[in-house]
Design a protein around this ligand. Sequence first.
Ligand code: GRF
Length: 190
Amino acid sequence: MRKIAVFASGTGTNFDAIQRSIEDGFLDACIECVVVDKKDALVIEKAKKKNIYVFDFNPKDYSSKSEYEKEIVQLLNDKEIELVCLAGYMRLIGNTLLDAYEGKIINIHPSLLPSFIGKNAIKQAIEYGVKVMGVTIHYVDSGMDSGKIITQKSFDVLETMTAEEIETNIHAIEHEIYPKTIKKLLEEKE
Ligand code: GRF
């Protein structure tokens, strides 16, 4: 069984999509742990309901990023994690974690990178008036949404589309391409 970790800070719909693809038999893997940096994140309950180990921490309880990342590296080592999937984890990955897992950490971002990095990417793109929007999955490096792109999927933004419809489209694409990409990467590593 291939072992993956999901890092999240919020709702966890991408966690749901990955877990569902495992339960449906599409993805031959197991989410061994979920790492969350916000004590009230909805994803915590979701993971616990599935009996998945949750490491929820408050960064403010540590003297530095390196201190909590040491604990995370220990956890990933203990759980023999092959791939770390960031899914709405709102924190830059530091050197401690990168040195141990670079090339094995991926992120999903709701824009066609390199456009619209950071927070509120969908809102940024709508305000800019772009006519093509989409989702990117990329390797994680020390920058913000800046690692090498693995895959992207786009759609045309129609004049009639509301912001809500655009957002729904983006999330539907995320939930489709994240499990597929994880599957592909794990198969390539075999
Ligand atoms: C997604 O839009 C993802 O692309 C971005 O953060 C959001 C997380 O949503 N990085 P969820 O917590 O998976 O519902």
